[in-house]
Design a protein around this ligand. Structure first.
Ligand SMILES: Nc1nc2c(ncn2[C@@H]2O[C@H](COP(=O)(O)OP(=O)(O)OP(=O)(O)O)[C@@H](O)[C@H]2O)c(=O)[nH]1
Ligand SMILES: [Zn+2]
Length: 230
C-alpha cells in the first residue's frame, strides 16, 4: 500500500480515478524523474539532510563556515530548495484549478502571455529565467486566469529542461480544461549557457507545444500574433 500511495503521489494527473491511475501508471518521459520513495521524508527532514550536504560542499570549497555571513548559508539554501525553488516537486503543492462552466459560450482563443518563468536547469542547478505564453480555446469549461500562471509556476519550480517544462504545462492545461486546444510557448535564458560554459549572453531558447486546434496554421498564427503584440 505504501508503494501504491507513493506512486499516486508522484503523479501529476489529478483527474484520473485514483485506483485506475495507480494500476495504469507507467513513468512517461513527461514525468520529472523521481524515485518511488521521493515523498517518504517530510520537508523538515529533507531540509536537514540538504543543509548537512551543502555544508559539506562549502567546506570542500575551503570556505570558513564559522564566518558570520556564511554560517547560515547551508540552512538557507536547504530551505530555499525545499520551500521555494523546488517546491513544485511535491504534488501536494500543485495548484487546484477549479473548472467553471463556460456559461458565456466563449469559443475563441484566450491567451495569457508574459507569465514569468523562474526555473532551474537540471544539469547545472542554475536559473532558467523567461516567459511563458499559454492559450486555450474552451469547450465546456474555463478556469480562473491566475490558475494559468500558477500551473506554469508549479512546473517551473523543479529541476527542469525547457522541453519537458513546456510539455508538462501543456499536459496539465489539457487536463484542467478538458480540451486538447492548448498552446504553450516558452522563451527563456539559461544561466548555464550565459554565465559559464559557452558564455553566450545573447542567445535564448524557445520551445513550443501546440495541440488540438492549435495544430492548424490559422490558430497557431493567431496565437503567435497575440504574443508578439505589445
Ligand atoms: N535540451 C536542453 N538542454 C539543456 C537545457 N538546459 C541545459 N541544457 C544543456 O545540457 C547540456 C549538458 O551537457 P554536458 O556536455 O554534459 O554539460 P557541460 O559539459 O557543462 O556542457 P557545456 O554547457 O557545453 O559546457 C548542455 O549542452 C546544456 O546547454 C534544456 O532546457 N534543454
Ligand atoms: Zn544547465
Amino acid at each position: 500500500m505504501k508503494q501504491k500511495e507513493t506512486l499516486w503521489n508522484i503523479m501529476d494527473n489529478h483527474d484520473l480515478d485514483k485506483e485506475e491511475a495507480m494500476d495504469d501508471h507507467v513513468m512517461s518521459s513527461l514525468d520529472t524523474p523521481l524515485r518511488p520513495d521521493a515523498f517518504d521524508l517530510s520537508d523538515d527532514e529533507k531540509i536537514a539532510i540538504i543543509e548537512q550536504h551543502f555544508h559539506g560542499i562549502m567546506h570542500a570549497l575551503g570556505l570558513d563556515l564559522t564566518d558570520d555571513s556564511l554560517k547560515g548559508t547551508p540552512a538557507r539554501v536547504a530551505k530555499m530548495y525545499v520551500k521555494e525553488i523546488f517546491h513544485g516537486l511535491h504534488p501536494d503543492n500543485k495548484p487546484y484549478a477549479r473548472r467553471f462552466e463556460n456559461k458565456y459560450k466563449y469559443n475563441k482563443m484566450l491567451v495569457e502571455r508574459n507569465i514569468t518563468v523562474y526555473s532551474s536547469c537540471e544539469h547545472h542547478f542554475v536559473p532558467i529565467i523567461g516567459k511563458a505564453h499559454v492559450a486555450y480555446i474552451p469547450n465546456e469549461h474555463v478556469i480562473g486566469l491566475s490558475k494559468l500562471n500558477r500551473i506554469v509556476h508549479y512546473f517551473a519550480r523543479r529541476p527542469q529542461v525547457q522541453e519537458r517544462l513546456t510539455m508538462q504545462i501543456a499536459n496539465e492545461l489539457k487536463q484542467a480544461l478538458k480540451t486538447d486546444n492548448v498552446a504553450v510557448l516558452i522563451e527563456a535564458d539559461h544561466l548555464c549557457v550565459m554565465s559559464r560554459g559557452v558564455n553566450d549572453v545573447s542567445s535564448s531558447t524557445i520551445t513550443a507545444e501546440y495541440s488540438g486546434l492549435f495544430e492548424q496554421d490559422q490558430y497557431r498564427n493567431e496565437f503567435l500574433g497575440h504574443i508578439r503584440t505589445k
